[in-house]
Design a protein around this ligand. Structure first.
Ligand SMILES: Cc1cc2nc3c(=O)[nH]c(=O)nc-3n(C[C@H](O)[C@H](O)[C@H](O)COP(=O)(O)OP(=O)(O)OC[C@H]3O[C@@H](n4cnc5c(N)ncnc54)[C@H](O)[C@@H]3O)c2cc1C
Length: 408
């Protein structure tokens, strides 16, 4: 019987252990915290957005080959993942249609975490918590996994599922990334992704708590991202799904000291130039503030009119052409000031990591080290808000578990 050691009882590692044991391997799941799966517990505001209800593969982000990424994502189709949770784990899922997200019907993330760990145990996985892995090294034809508080474990195959660097209090501190690098893997520089944006001293500071739906574009020298969805003014700057989804472009622009820094622009409503032109046409005694307020929260409307250098009480029939054009520019392609980001402390995920070119997309086995497998956030890929990151963790975890159980 092959022995498989999995490092990290998070989303990817627990799934890997379930499938390694299911494929007949003696499976040991090592977890540094006292329980594991802590990101699952805090995910989706404690409700766990377990998967998207519809998948758009093009929304994943990687510096590696998008072709390899697609192959991996397709290795466990969404419908089969849904069936696995509902049938094998016994967690019925419900769709939140407007956001295209799936949640457990109980709306309790704990059910997902506990359900996966119980299923792993039921398949015969040995789970060792409070166990910190410090190193992985080759011995003879297998591997030795060094622990800080116990004897090293000899194994035929090892799966690195220790996550990235985001929200370190959940247990991820980058050990797996360091081990993979030490073993000779090509690494793409890591960066915080899906993280709120900071705008110190911004004129929007007084809007903290105001939320709306917008379209954002972040454009840097050699990359850009756009997203439509929820936007929230915070004390520090901006958050909400649309901000998180484009944040990596700003984070990387800062890390790479881009000069000028990435541009961050916003279309504050669903309307483009033509629709705003129509709405700003003279209409009786209607004022500029009246027209803009009809589409946007009051305080934001006032600020945007001020930013465009237009008098809010001006009657639309008296609005000059230049003023109309400036206002439309602000409403459709407004510039969002930003000074930084909230980094890994608040990032839902880590971008960068082990290059996908270093792994076999069918088995997740390292092309550098036979018998070593990688899955989850440690790899160079992440998806947008909406269950994409768990989808990645589940798909890569499953493939790595099956691959490792069949290691030569
Ligand atoms: C606040 C928040 C909300 C989120 N919400 C969602 C959501 O709703 N939907 C979604 O799809 N994604 C969500 N995500 C992202 C998702 O949680 C991650 O993409 C996913 O958990 C990554 O899985 P992983 O197994 O690779 O890493 P992790 O879940 O981070 O698991 C890694 C595990 O390895 C353990 N470990 C690390 N180093 C060692 C070591 N040296 N020895 C032993 N154990 C170790 C850690 O303790 C941890 O348990 C959210 C993330 C955050 C932070």
């Amino acid at each position: 019987m092959k022995r498989v050691v999995v490092i990290g009882a998070g989303a990817a590692g627990t799934m890997a252990a379930i499938f390694a044991a299911g494929a007949g391997a003696e499976t040991i799941l090592l977890e540094r915290t006292k329980d594991g799966g802590r990101k699952i517990l805090i995910s989706g505001g404690g409700r766990c957005n377990i998967l998207p209800s519809r998948l758009d593969e093009s929304r994943f982000v990687t510096d590696s080959s998008s072709n390899t990424l697609r192959k991996i994502v397709r290795s466990w189709p969404l419908a089969e993942q849904i069936a696995f949770f509902e049938r094998d784990i016994g967690i019925p899922l419900v769709e939140e249609t407007e956001s295209v997200k799936l949640f457990p019907a109980s709306h309790k993330a704990r059910d997902v975490r506990d359900g996966l760990l119980s299923h792993a145990r039921a398949r015969g996985v040995t789970i060792r918590t409070d166990t910190l892995v410090s190193d992985v090294s080759r011995v003879d034809s297998g591997w030795s996994v060094a622990l800080t508080n116990a004897e090293p474990i000899r194994t035929d195959a090892v799966i690195i599922a220790s996550g990235g660097l985001s929200v370190p209090m959940t247990g991820s501190d980058g050990t797996g990334l360091r081990i993979a690098e030490k073993l000779g893997h090509t690494m793409h520089a890591t960066y915080a992704a899906l993280t709120p944006i900071v705008a110190s001293g911004s004129s929007f500071a007084g809007l903290s708590g105001v939320s709306l739906s917008v379209t954002l574009t972040a454009t840097a020298r050699d990359r850009s991202a756009a997203a439509t969805g929820g936007f929230l003014f915070t004390h520090a700057g901006y958050s909400g799904p649309s901000v998180l989804d484009v944040s990596h472009v700003l984070v990387r622009s800062r890390a790479e000291s881009d000069d000028p820094p990435a541009r961050f622009t916003v279309r504050w409503t669903a309307h483009g130039d033509a629709e705003w032109s129509e709405r700003l046409k003279p209409r009786g005694a209607r004022t500029v503030i009246g027209a803009v307020r009809a589409e946007l929260p009051d305080r934001l409307a006032a600020m945007l009119i001020h930013a465009a250098g237009v008098a809010p009480d001006r009657v639309l029939s008296e609005l000059l052409r230049d003023e109309r054009l400036r206002l439309i520019e602000t409403l459709v392609r407004g510039s969002l000031p930003w000074t930084g980001d909230e980094g890994y402390k608040k990032a839902e995920v880590t971008g960068g990591g082990v290059s996908l070119a270093e792994i076999d997309p069918r088995t997740m086995e390292s092309r550098r080290c036979a018998g070593l497998y990688l899955c989850g956030e440690v790899l160079d890929a992440f998806g947008p808000i909406g269950g994409y990151n768990f989808l990645w963790a589940w798909a890569t975890g499953r493939a790595a578990g099956i691959g490792a159980a069949r290691t030569q």
